[in-house]
Write a new protein. Structure first.
Length: 342
């Protein structure tokens, strides 16, 4: 099944719908002014993230700070580092972070006991069905993953237009890949491909002799420099940072893999009101425009009309699927014998 950006959270079907959530009537919005006042007194927000890029989050933070006269600090690190920091803070009974803005398949679900219900806030009603919240996680954006193509080595008529096209023998030895066993986008994309096309897909893809690199910080540049024809996975946001280089994203007919970026309040956080205030702000039109400008799909139906035609086409195209966080670590380990044969 293929999903448009408006159906990107179909995997959250088990979550409570917005109108029936148990917290919906437990928090009277008539006291929202009091929340704002208390947040201003708290004065500071400590935000953790490993998913939404700082180049996108920092402008959102700047707008939030300017509107409310507060100061937000962003700690951006790898998913494993954020997980360990949250775990250690909670174990010590000394939480530092107030809020996470992170990938729902990376850090958030694994540590649900460390998060608390967000309560009602004004902008929750802006979520476009079936985007929804389970009372703890609030989806705010969608980060797309596809394949990066070297535009000098691959002619437009020869480039892959389907995930199945990666199995063509002409790509043998020409594909660079992140480690599918890793905790980042590589493992997520390979898991989605396994969901959609079955284990046999990976058996055939492994026959393409992928060059697997754990140094994800340079893989896009290696592709752009002509070491390889294709690179898996490519975060669509990279189009902006690689501007001017000979690269193109694959436009797969089945759609892109994706990660839903969500917010969640940390249990026993020192500044609970400012955390809720930020959760509300990040769904404001000015904040959502920043996400769209950063090439994230919106969960509140923010317009893409102002974008260049090529970027607008990407964000308005289908989405293939998102990795299910339940059992993801074990499933990623299973890729080892397939892609790392002794």
């Amino acid at each position: 099944m293929t999903f448009t950006r408006r159906t990107a959270l179909a995997q959250l079907g088990a979550a409570t719908t917005l109108g029936l959530a148990p917290w919906a009537h437990a928090n009277d919005l008539s006291d929202w002014n009091q929340v704002e006042q208390a947040a201003r007194k708290e004065g500071k927000l400590l935000l953790y993230s490993s998913s939404a890029t700082p180049t996108t989050l920092n402008p959102v933070i700047a707008g939030f700070d300017a509107r409310y006269g507060v100061k937000t600090e962003l700690l951006f690190a790898r998913p494993t580092e954020i997980r360990e920091r949250i775990r250690a803070e909670q174990a010590a009974g000394r939480p530092q972070a107030d809020l996470l803005v992170d990938g729902m398949t990376l850090n958030l679900p694994a540590y649900i006991p460390n998060y608390i219900p967000h309560g009602d806030f004004p902008n929750l009603k802006k979520l476009v069905p079936p985007f929804r919240t389970d009372g703890i996680l609030v989806p705010v954006a969608v980060a797309r993953q596809t394949v990066l193509i070297n535009a000098r080595l691959v002619k437009p008529e020869d480039e892959p237009k389907s995930w199945m096209d990666l199995l063509d023998p002409k790509w043998k030895g020409k594909i660079l890949s992140d480690d599918p066993r890793g905790p980042g986008a590589g493992g997520i994309v390979f898991d989605v491909l396994n969901q959609k096309f079955g284990p046999s897909y990976h058996q055939r893809l492994a026959q393409q002799n992928l060059v697997i690199s754990s140094d994800i910080s340079i893989n896009e540049r290696r592709l752009a420099q002509g070491e390889f024809s294709l690179y898996i996975p490519f975060r669509i946001q990279g189009i902006l940072t690689l501007k001017g280089l000979p690269i193109r994203p694959m436009r797969a007919k089945e759609g892109d893999c994706y990660i839903v970026v969500a917010t969640a309040r940390v249990k026993d956080a020192p500044r609970p009101n400012i955390a809720r205030l930020f959760m509300n702000y990040v769904m404001e039109p000015e904040a959502q425009k920043i996400f769209v400008d950063g090439l994230y799909s919106s969960t509140v139906g923010a317009s893409t009309a102002h974008l260049p035609a090529d970027q607008r086409a990407i964000l308005d195209s289908p989405l293939l699927g998102e990795a299910d966080p339940k059992g993801l670590d074990e499933r990623r380990k299973a890729f080892g014998p397939i892609y790392f044969k002794s």
